[in-house]
Design a protein around this ligand. Sequence first.
Ligand SMILES: [Zn+2]
Length: 86
Amino acid sequence: MRLTFADGDDIELKANRLREACKCAHCTRARIDGVFPEQFDDIKIGQFSFMGGYAINIAFSDGHARGIYPWAFLVGLSDARIDIQD
Ligand SMILES: [Zn+2]
C-alpha cells in the first residue's frame, strides 16, 4: 500500500506489516493471550475505507477487517521500517 500525503510525504507499507500492527480489541486480546500469529505470510489488503478523515479501516485477505489505522500511526510504522533498514 502506498500513501501520499498532501505535504508530499510518500510512504509505503506492506500488508503483512499492517496486519501485524493491528491494534483492534481482538488482536490486542490475542497478544495478551499469546495466540497472536508471529507473521502473516501471503496476506493481502482486500479493501480499505476512510474513517472520518483521520484514519483508514483496512480489510485483509484473511477476513480480518477490524483494524483502524490513524494517519500518524501509519507514518510511525513506515518510520520504524526505515530505521531497521538503516
Ligand atoms: Zn485486529
